[in-house]
Design a protein around this ligand. Structure first.
Ligand code: ATP
Ligand code: MG
Length: 771
């Protein structure tokens, strides 16, 4: 038997070994669903199934990469390269590139991100002279998006009086017209939005039976992770593709379905048995991720949901510490508490920062956490929010690149036609848009033909427009000879973008220049990475597709030893030894918007279940007494979910003054930990019982610091440390003291390390040697 099969328990192995036919694995968090999927793919490949015939769909591209590298370890890297693996969006974008012409799209179609789509909706609302307070563009866009995800095309909408009535009731009777114009404009611009990637795939598979048949043969084995969060559009694609061979394996957990608000349909998991013949169902019950306490806590919470599949989850892992619940005064105190606790844990147990995650319900909560971490000089990374590729300077550069690849791309053209400034004003642009709509051509084509069309634009401006178009065309000619990196470098310099940000001179401008450099580094990495992928050339269109579909985890660069900050939604599927769940308050978690119906509240509870089950060793929960919401300071109440946790799994730390978190002094920290630790070790006969205040030796033991020859005096030396002194740190290496601040227990040194850079260290913890 293959050795890797020994890395599975019996139930997991059975699921991996079942080769053909439809199967579903429904199991609780941390029970190895993703592991089963990964090993199953490796096992298929070991049984001579061609990787070209395997399609695996994951929740993030990062998850796909990790699975691929695990598979590569089992079957060898060259084979793993040929797997079709990624998110629904990235896999089907790739498929659509091959087939786009059938739908009337160019194969180099642009992918509009949410921001592009919203801008387009906004301009359509303006062009139609509609009231922008009634037709709020973000709401209109999200309405269009939900229609698309339910496969309601413009035509279907027009034939559905109920939908039209609902929009009319919401005072938006023209929604259908906006939808139609939006779809037409995307088509004219050779662009698909995110939802189109699924909608158009469905259209393709329905309208062209030969195409359907081709891909049914191609993807003989289909696997889907996180199946509970597929929406209707995704569900139909999977059904269509798997219809011939029915070799479909889906894994999921109904208790972790948390994307209903984006159209995910929990019934997809419940109806799987109905959809296919002779479905084999597997259950995994052993959790490998978390301590007994955490599993018990998570089980006790999810039990409160009425709508759920009964499941057993147990673990043979250690009992582990209780979940610590802390009450703080406000978000600033909450941030300080979290940062200090991470700092202490990290120092006491010699942990890396990447062992910690801070999870919150809404992105806005990250600010207080960031402030606190920054003050303590602790490295962190925020996932979600404004991604790197959405920053202005990056979008500007990408807009040039996108226009070079697809000159019809209207949103990109509008973005940069006058940036950097070249004397082409909004009025001119409005005239061009009108003309483009009138002639049913792209703006780019209108400009190309400007001398033939009678437009009220003066000769001077016409020349500027032609110069712009010529510049883009000249890039197009060179683009064929250059890889993505060379072209991006050229564009940044030739268009004047770099100079524009350089001459700005403000700190913001400097950051923008740095970000452009970062972008160039990213393109370079991409080009080098592509050399390893079959059929890839490292061209600019490949890069743009990669960027357009990057999920929040995909631009991880630099040092990965950082505290992770993200919403609970984004944390799905991930695991961290220490997890802080912050802002556990009524109206925040559960969200105020979710209290109207039982099903909304149950979705919030599932979200809390997801949060708790991310932790391996220990979870911390915090709530505050007051919080700024919508610009007002309001009294906050602890979340009902806290009360739902089995009381044996939690420990409150809510003494009279605990709401005001003070960084504790040395003796307090160690005194507290010390008591419990000392209780576990039997005192030897004849030794006096441990005193409350630990001795220096006990302290060292607790800190797990290897005693150095002269620890005591070294500690004292540190307290007399001076500016200019050379020191050596256990991890950071050699460095020079730049300044000293604080007194007594709070004494800190700012040290410039030769390799690790500038650090601010608290002397009572710092493992420094004087040189
Ligand atoms: P989630 O529901 O959160 O997505 P999951 O069911 O997909 O969780 P995995 O992420 O596959 O669970 O596994 C959880 C952890 O347990 C991982 O670290 C995985 O490597 C480990 N694990 C799973 N099965 C085994 C096993 N048989 N032996 C040892 N470790 C295992
Ligand atoms: Mg998983």
């Amino acid at each position: 038997m293959q050795a890797y099969l020994d890395e599975l328990n019996d139930a997991q192995r059975e699921a991996v070994l079942q080769k053909d036919g439809p199967m579903i694995v429904i199991a609780g968090a941390g029970s190895g669903k993703t592991r089963v999927l990964t090993y199953r793919i490796a096992h298929l490949m070991n049984q001579e199934i061609d990787p070209f015939n395997i399609l695996a769909l994951t929740f993030t591209n990062k998850a796909a990469r990790e699975m691929k590298s695990r598979i590569a370890k089992i079957v060898g890297p060259s084979e793993a390269k040929n797997l079709w693996m990624g998110t629904f969006h990235s896999v089907f974008a790739r498929l659509l590139r091959f087939e786009a012409d059938k739908l009337g799209f160019p194969s180099n179609f642009t992918i509009y991100d949410t921001q592009d789509s919203q801008r387009l909706v906004n301009s359509i609302i303006k062009e139609m002279n509609l009231d922008k307070d009634v037709y709020k563009y973000k709401q209109v866009y999200s309405r269009i998006s939900s229609y698309k995800n339910s496969l309601i095309t413009v035509k279907a909408y027009r034939q559905n009086p109920e939908l039209q009535e609902a929009d009319a009731m919401a005072k938006r009777p023209r929604l259908g017209d906006i939808y139609e114009e939006y779809v037409n404009r995307c088509f004219k611009a050779g662009a698909m939005d995110f939802d189109d990637l699924l909608l158009k795939t469905n259209e393709l598979l329905t309208r062209f039976p030969d195409v359907l048949s081709k891909y049914q043969h191609r993807f003989q084995y289909i696997l889907v992770d996180e199946y509970q969060d597929t929406n209707h559009s995704q569900y139909l694609i999977v059904r269509a593709l798997s219809d011939r061979y029915q070799n479909i394996c889906v894994v999921g957990d109904d208790a972790q379905s948390i994307y209903a608000f984006r159209g995910a349909n929990i019934n997809n998991i419940l109806n799987f048995q109905r959809d296919y013949d002779e479905v084999k169902t597997y259950k995994l019950e052993q959790n490998y991720r978390s301590t007994k306490t955490l599993v018990q806590a998570a089980n006790s919470v999810i039990e409160k949901n009425k709508k759920r599949l009964e499941k057993v989850v147990w673990t043979s892992n250690h009992q582990g510490d209780k979940i610590k619940i802390n009450r703080l005064l406000n978000d600033a105190e909450e941030g300080r508490y979290v940062a200090s606790t991470i700092f202490e844990l990290q120092m006491q147990n010699q942990l890396d920062y990447d062992q910690f995650a801070i999870l919150y319900r809404t992105n806005a909560q990250s600010r207080a956490m960031e402030d606190a971490l920054r003050k303590k000089d602790m490295p962190y990374r925020i996932y979600g929010g404004l991604s790197f590729y959405q920053r202005k300077e990056i979008k500007d550069t990408l807009a040039y690149l996108r226009l070079i690849v697809n000159p019809k791309d209207e949103e990109s053209l509008k973005r940069i036609i006058n940036y950097p400034t070249r004397g082409i004003g909004q009025t001119t642009l409005d005239k061009l848009v009108l003309a483009a709509n009138h002639y049913k051509r792209s703006i780019f084509e209108i400009i190309e033909n400007i001398q033939k069309i009678d437009l009220p634009i003066n000769k001077g401006i016409q020349t500027k427009l032609i110069n712009f178009v010529n510049m883009i065309k000249s890039f197009q000619i060179t683009a064929d000879k250059l890889n993505a990196f060379e072209l991006t470098d050229l564009v940044i310099k030739k268009t004047g973008l770099l100079q524009e940000f350089k001459k700005d001179g403000t700190p913001e401008g400097i950051t923008r220049v740095e970000n452009l450099e970062e972008l160039l580094n990213g393109v370079k990495d991409f080009v080098e990475g592509q050399n390893e992928v079959e059929e890839a050339t490292g061209s600019i269109s490949e890069f743009l597709e990669d960027v357009a579909l990057a999920t929040d985890f995909d631009n991880e660069k630099g040092d990965s030893n950082r505290v992770s900050l993200m919403t609970v939604h984004l944390a799905k599927g991930l695991e961290f030894p220490y997890v802080f769940i912050v802002g556990m308050e009524e109206d925040l978690f559960p969200s105020a918007m979710s209290m109207n119906t039982r099903s909304e509240l149950e979705e919030e509870r599932r979200l809390f279940y997801v949060a708790l089950t991310r932790a391996e060793k220990q979870a911390y929960i915090t709530y505050t007494l007051s919080r700024y919401r919508w610009g007002k300071l309001i009294d906050a109440e602890p979340s009902r979910f806290i009360d739902e946790i089995d009381e044996n799994a939690i420990e409150y730390n809510i003494s009279e003054d605990s709401y005001r978190y003070k960084p504790q002094i040395d003796a307090d920290i160690f005194g507290e930990v010390d008591k419990s630790k000392l209780r576990q070790t039997k005192p030897k006969k004849g030794t006096p019982p441990p005193s409350h205040k630990p001795t220096e030796k006990q302290l060292r033991k607790l800190r797990k610091v290897k005693p150095t020859s002269n620890q005591n005096s070294a500690k004292e030396d540190l307290m007399t440390l001076k500016k200019g002194q050379m020191v050596k740190h256990g991890r950071f290496g050699r460095g020079k003291v730049l300044s000293i601040s604080g007194v007594g227990q709070d004494k800190k040194a700012e040290i410039q390390f030769e390799k690790a850079g500038l650090k601010n260290l608290l002397l009572r913890f710092a493992k420094l040697e004087l040189l």
